[in-house]
Write a protein that binds this ligand. Structure first.
Ligand code: GLU
Length: 401
């Protein structure tokens, strides 16, 4: 490639999204006739609730939705999101603190674009959702991983976080319920992180997209509730994808101090303008409606969670802690490395090679731990139909032998 043809360092330094890569590969194999069981992307298999779809159909016929609307979101939706924060988290925010984004992912990206200067550091409790470090790098920042393994229930250690702090530490991410581990961090941990952030003047990015998916009596703790003093430095990220089975509608949001929200809207004004109006109207029906459907989905996820954890632990060499949130199981698979697997006696040395062999030979798609800063693990999304889940586990078991 000639010099003039090279791309920016910024894009060359970014790793592709592994969750989406596994999902696309599995879907492409399916389209070509291979019967793949997909535990890849965290994508609820339920249909979007009918009243939400009806609101979208109605919106298609309403010419108001054919025009540009305010960049930060439809005023009614911003109001509804502010009301939702009061309903679910119990504290007041105003509509001017809300920016509606193209999925939660855009809110992640915009947070760092608005907060970081080159070289600023972001502490990322690890295992992390795969897109966080890339969004930090795209903003010129430096991701700082602080690992907590299965031995501590994937619960971050505040002493390790403090040890990672430098004078460049600008922000920290909280994700609870967690992707990829399924852990719900304790109220004490959330409080400790919030208090630490206030003490050291660090922005808090709290990704609460799995807030309604918790099991075994685990409760989502909100940092804005545990540490009210942190609200002036808190960016809450959320969206309709997981709560209302709406991943493809691409509606997320950020709730932040008003000057942050205004800066995010300024950025979005040059990036993507308003989120498509029809999905915004659908999101309004979802957010302003009840949580009944998510409670039903949670019951179904709970049964699948128990089934997948039992099935994984039944496979020699696999150890799966019991997750109490989201819809991911995150087993330790180091016991399978370096041993012959499957009919061909394939030997793999990393979880990444394991995921590739599992997909190619057993037609089971899972995301390798490497994508989440945690080699030695595999992530299984159990947001798929019960019979698919059972068949996928049977194949994994049979393949291991
Ligand atoms: N957040 C989901 C996941 O982790 C959806 C895919 C993605 O955007 O990464 O699988």
């Amino acid at each position: 490639m000639a010099d003039w043809q090279t791309f920016s360092d910024r894009i060359n330094n970014v790793t592709p999204s592994a969750t989406l890569a596994v999902d696309s590969k599995a879907k492409a194999m399916k389209a070509s006739g291979v019967d793949v069981i997909g535990f890849g992307a965290g994508e609820p298999d339920f249909p979007t609730p009918a009243d939400v779809v009806d609101a979208a159909v109605k919106a298609c016929n309403d010419p108001r939705n054919y025009k540009y609307t305010p960049t930060a979101g439809l005023p009614e939706l911003r109001e509804a999101i502010a009301a939702k924060v009061l309903r679910d988290s119990g504290y007041e925010v105003t509509a001017d603190q809300v920016v509606v984004t193209n999925g939660g992912k855009q809110a992640v990206y915009e947070s760092f674009q608005v907060l970081l200067n080159d070289g600023d550091e972001v502490i990322i409790p690890t295992p992390f959702w795969t897109s966080y470090p890339e969004a930090v790098k795209l903003a010129g920042g430096k991701p700082v991983e602080v690992f907590a393994g299965a031995d501590r229930g994937f619960e971050p250690d505040i002493a390790a976080i403090e040890a990672a702090r430098t004078e460049r530490t600008k922000a920290i991410i909280i994700t609870s319920p967690n992707n990829p581990t399924g852990a719900v961090w304790s109220r004490e941990t959330i409080r400790a992180i919030g208090e630490w952030a206030v003490e050291h003047h660090v922005w808090v990015i709290s990704d609460e997209i799995y807030e309604h998916l918790n099991y075994d009596g685990a409760k989502t703790a909100y940092v804005g509730v545990e540490v009210p003093e942190c609200r002036d430095q808190l960016l809450v990220l959320n969206g309709v994808a997981k709560t209302y089975a709406m991943p493809g509608w691409r509606v997320g949001w950020m709730v932040a101090p008003a000057p942050v929200a205004a800066s995010v809207a300024k950025l979005q004004g040059h990036l993507s303008s308003n989120v498509s109006n029809v999905p915004q109207r659908a999101a309004l029906a979802a957010v302003a409606g009840s949580l009944d459907e998510v409670h039903m989905m949670r019951e179904a996820f709970d049964a699948r969670r128990k089934a997948i954890v039992a099935a994984l632990n039944d496979i020699p060499g696999v150890h799966c802690p019991t997750p109490t949130g989201a819809f991911y199981a995150f087993p330790d698979v180091t016991g399978l490395l370096g041993k012959p697997l499957g009919e061909n006696g394939t030997v793999v040395n990393t979880s990444s090679e394991l995921a590739a062999a599992l997909l190619d030979e057993a037609h089971v798609a899972a995301v390798p731990g490497e994508a989440f800063g945690a080699p030695g693990y595999l992530r299984f999304s159990y947001a798929l139909a019960d019979d698919q889940l059972a068949e996928g586990m049977r194949r994994f078991r049979r393949w291991v032998g």
